[in-house]
Design a protein around this ligand. Sequence first.
Ligand SMILES: [Zn+2]
Length: 242
Amino acid sequence: MPKAFSNVVVFVLLVLTITVADTRYLIASNKITALPQKEGQCGYKSVRVIGDALVDGFDYCRPLFKVMAYFRSMGFEFEPKFSLIIASKSNSEQSNSYGTFDAEKDNITIYPIGEKKPWNLIWNEEVYSSIVIHEMVHMAVLDILDKNYDRLPKEWHEFIAYSIQIALLKERLRDEVLSKYNNITAFDNLLNLNPILYNLAASDRFSVMAYKTYQARGGSTFIRNLLLFKFQPPNFLDLFPF
Ligand SMILES: [Zn+2]
């Protein structure tokens, strides 16, 4: 190689090295300066989406925005604060559940879907999104109730989560779910929405019963009245005169 040419090569390599190093520095320093804003996800500083089973290409912020828009339409605003954990293994205690919300830790955990699928549907993003929505509704309700879970009975917490889960499905999928369970009717007497029935009913059937009752009772207005205690769920213990 002629000397002049080799000098040019050395010079070019030197410039490239400096540029690459400089770019690296910029990326690193951008990361550092961007941290305060990037701490959270979905535009909220206390939202994190983590886990070892994140679904590629799935936008985990969309279910959150849907839930927030739904609650906003009822006049409830809340600052989301949670970690959404997409787990690759089911917790043995939760083997029948698609997800859980731990109010103490502000953790929503979504478990892998096994043999059992919601409403016996083929897995798709919309079905998956509805599972995330269900747990986010629990979180929103707890926030509205100042983290005081016991202000509503468990079956009424589930009533709200399932009703909104189905209400927020895309119309075509919602119609598909309802047509699969077209023999299920709303609760005529709300005393029947009680812990015994909740524990006995399969979750798919309970969810459709809940949604049909929600519809028959005024939809989101009914949920709003429940959360503002303008409507009190009947006390199941009143069924027993002793
Ligand atoms: Zn639930």
